[in-house]
Design a protein. Structure first.
Lengths: 115, 112
């Protein structure tokens, strides 16, 4: 498809488990972002990649969260020892970088529920 | 700290009338401001943006106004249509640095 693809669309897990969320950005987009959206809140920045490197990971809440983008395309957000407070919609976005500053193309999100 | 604030969680407007959504920011380093629109179960989609060197940008029924001295921007939708019913997020970034900061959103309902 032409848009940003995120899998899984829904993930239910138990407290303490490990979770991986995948993002496939728009082809050719060099910038990739992860955001988290809790109920009633706006998207909260987690991490931003330019190519393969994390240009800004200041939004990752703690060391249980980690993200990679090894080949500069697909990215995986990894959450260890999940907690109930991690329940949210995790949004991935990509950008052509420089076209319109701040114009991000979002996927539909991965809804994570930690029981 | 909430650097981008939308103080109205919801707004209800009659079809054909003007919708005005407001946003305030605190970070003086922001130089690009954007509005995103979000339907349920979908990701946000970019709607319109404005550079800090302008005070108005218009695209069809949508106009964004920026008041830098007040650190305030607004989105005007005229005329409002039922299909405009969605959550609108205000966002901001520094042009050369692509971290985008979002507000908490305003849910707009346009009543037919």
């Amino acid at each position: 498809g032409a848009g940003v693809s995120q899998t899984p669309s829904n993930k239910v897990t138990e407290k303490g488990k490990y979770v991986e969320l995948r993002c496939d950005p728009i082809s050719g987009h060099t910038a990739l972002y992860w955001y988290r959206q809790s109920l009633g809140q706006g998207p909260e920045f987690l991490i931003y990649f330019q190519g393969t490197g994390a240009a800004d990971d200041s939004g990752l809440p703690n060391d249980r969260f980690f993200a990679v983008r090894p080949e500069g395309s697909v990215s995986t957000l990894k959450i260890q020892r999940t907690e109930r407070g991690d329940s949210a919609v995790y949004l991935c976005a990509s950008s052509a970088g420089g076209a319109v500053p701040g114009e991000l193309f979002f996927g539909e999100g991965s809804r994570l529920t930690v029981l | 700290d909430q650097q981008v604030k939308q103080n109205s969680p919801s707004l209800s407007v009659q079809e054909g009338r003007i919708s005005i959504l407001n946003c305030d920011y605190t970070n003086s380093m922001f130089d690009y401001f954007l509005w995103y629109k979000k339907y349920p179960a979908e990701g946000p989609t970019f709607l319109i943006s404005i550079s800090s060197i302008k005070d108005k940008n218009e695209d069809g029924r949508f106009t964004v106004f920026l008041n830098k001295s007040a650190k305030h921007l607004s989105l005007h939708i005229v005329p409002s249509q039922p299909g405009d019913s969605a959550v609108y997020f205000c966002a901001a970034c520094s042009g050369g640095y692509q971290k985008v900061t979002f507000g908490t959103g305003t849910k707009l309902q346009v009543i037919p």
